[in-house]
Design a protein around this ligand. Structure first.
Ligand SMILES: Nc1ncnc2c1ncn2[C@@H]1O[C@H](COP(=O)(O)OP(=O)(O)OP(=O)(O)O)[C@@H](O)[C@H]1O
Ligand SMILES: [Mg+2]
Length: 480
């Protein structure tokens, strides 16, 4: 649950927020003045503050200054009516996270608040990089015990306490962002903001302005002045993700910030000085981009001061069992349940797969299996066929044989659970009860197609008919 504090002297605004954010995920508190807001913050401990710029009593700017002095990591979004954007810009310079123009529509408001809450969570949630081995409690961390991951942990430890620029490389889904966040959390700047910019997700022409801001009228569409991420993140850490996707102009500007801490806003000529630590990441081979003259060589060397390379998951398979258990614990915690068990042969199948999507793919597959699993354990049949080797026609004979063996193990696991159920309820006639349910399920899934249903159940159509009669299963018999 996220906590939102709204500071606005207009009752109507407070009322409409209470209506919009009447949700179980968000706890909303309101204050009607800057003074009151400052008193509420230490008690309520909001994740995000939304504040009007123009208020009677203490001004929004003064309130913001005090909030920032007390907690530089608390994100503040300012709200301003059209015509007072200049004040909003002033406020951005004081470290506001973003600003919204009134009147705003609810979906846009929710989107901006959702993004800010995510940034706030990322800033707060400490990423541990100590090898999490048999730790009982779930804790957000970088999991791994393989040689390559041990090297990564060592490098994080060495670089975190310095202000050096770090370049994190590795295929997609290997954990580059997680490493960047671990560096930040263990750095001297951990009490200052952390902002992530995905350079590939922002259109080329807009990236420069996103990072460095722009002056009013500097290009079509630049109707107001804008403060960029480097200015917003002063004293903090900026994470430049997918750094390989930048125009030459942006590369030149980044190089200058790294060398001298100065830049100009797009369309401006006033040099602005900032103190920002840069952590960059890429999944593209930057050396090749340098050779092809798409990426500045001098910028590459400047970024590459400390290089942390994360090996693909297929080259460190001994991390797989640990990661699987870690994700199961995480899912259990999300659902407030006991973690599901996983059989050794299922882990074996996961270890054999080549994981083109790396740890992200593994996490998604475990998440899916967790949803699919009906009982307390994840079975081979809860995994996609390319991993389990079950189902589909693509499986080669040895794989199919292994799948048969695995299916028997799955059946044993299910039978164990059913048997426990039978034990608990002596009146239950387990075999007919389960048999009946299986027939009903098969007919449902096949739309009453008896031939297919019989095939799925591994019995003949005649046997299926007998069961339908015996159990008195009444369905729309649409015989095919
Ligand atoms: N060693 C690890 N331990 C625990 N979780 C991990 C580990 N590596 C990656 N993850 C998880 O996998 C997912 C992908 O990680 P992350 O976003 O850091 O990858 P990335 O390298 O930045 O990928 P991309 O290049 O696609 O942006 C995240 O949910 C992250 O928490
Ligand atoms: Mg990433």
């Amino acid at each position: 649950m996220s906590k939102l504090l709204l500071i606005d002297d207009e009752e109507d605004v407070r009322y409409s927020f209470e209506r919009i954010f009447n949700s179980p995920d968000i706890e909303l508190a309101t204050a009607s003045s800057g003074e009151e807001g400052l008193k509420v913050i230490p008690k309520f401990k909001p994740d995000l503050v939304l504040m009007d710029v123009r208020m009677t009593g203490m001004t929004g700017l003064e309130t913001l200054r005090r909030i920032r002095a007390a907690d530089p990591k608390l994100l503040v979004i300012l709200m301003t009516a059209y015509g007072t954007t200049q004040t909003a810009i002033e406020a951005m310079k004081l470290g506001a996270y973003d600003y919204l123009l009134k009147p705003f529509d609810a979906p846009k408001l929710k989107e901006i608040i959702g993004n800010a809450l995510k940034a706030a969570r990322d800033m707060k949630q400490v990423v541990s990089y100590q090898p999490l081995l048999e730790s009982e409690d779930y804790e957000l961390g970088i999991v791994g015990r393989s040689e390559p991951m041990q090297r990564v942990f060592k490098l994080i430890g060495q670089v975190a306490g310095t202000d050096a620029t770090a370049l994190v490389t590795g295929e997609s889904g290997t954990g580059k962002e997680l490493v960047a966040r671990a560096i930040y959390h263990h750095s001297n700047r951990a009490q200052q903001p952390f902002l992530a910019v995905n350079c590939a997700a922002i259109p080329e022409q807009l990236l420069e302005s996103e990072l460095f801001g722009h002056e009013k009228g500097s290009f079509t569409g630049a109707t107001t002045q804008r403060i960029g991420k480097f200015e917003q993140c002063n004293k903090g850490t900026i994470f430049l993700d997918e750094i390989g996707d930048m125009t030459p102009a942006t590369q030149t500007k980044i190089l200058r910030v790294l060398q001298s801490g100065t830049f100009e806003r797009v369309g401006g000529n006033l040099p602005i000085h900032v103190d920002v630590r840069v952590i960059a990441a890429t999944n593209k081979p930057l050396e090749a981009a340098v050779a092809a003259r798409q990426f500045r060589e001098d910028l590459f060397y400047r970024l590459n001061v400390v290089r942390i390379h994360i090996a693909p998951l297929r080259d460190r398979r001994d991390d797989i069992p640990l990661l699987v258990n870690y994700f199961l614990k995480k899912l259990a915690q999300e659902a407030a349940q006991q973690p599901k068990a996983i059989m050794p042969h299922v882990i074996k199948a996961l270890e054999k797969y080549h994981w083109p999507g790396n740890v992200r793919e593994l996490e998604n597959i475990i998440r899916r299996a967790h949803v699919m699993a009906k009982g307390d354990a994840i079975l081979l049949s809860d995994l996609p066929s390319e991993i389990s080797g079950q189902g589909g026609t693509a499986a080669s004979p040895p794989v199919a044989a292994a799948a048969g063996e695995a299916a028997a193990t799955d059946a044993a696991a299910i039978a164990r659970q059913l048997f426990q159920w039978a034990r608990r309820d002596p009146k239950l006639k387990i075999i007919p009860a389960v048999e009946r349910e299986l027939v009903v399920q098969a007919l449902k899934e096949t739309g009453d197609n008896q031939i297919q249903a019989a095939k799925l159940l591994g019995i003949t159509r005649a046997t299926l008919r007998k069961r339908i009669e015996k159990f008195g299963i009444q369905r729309e018999l649409n015989v095919k």
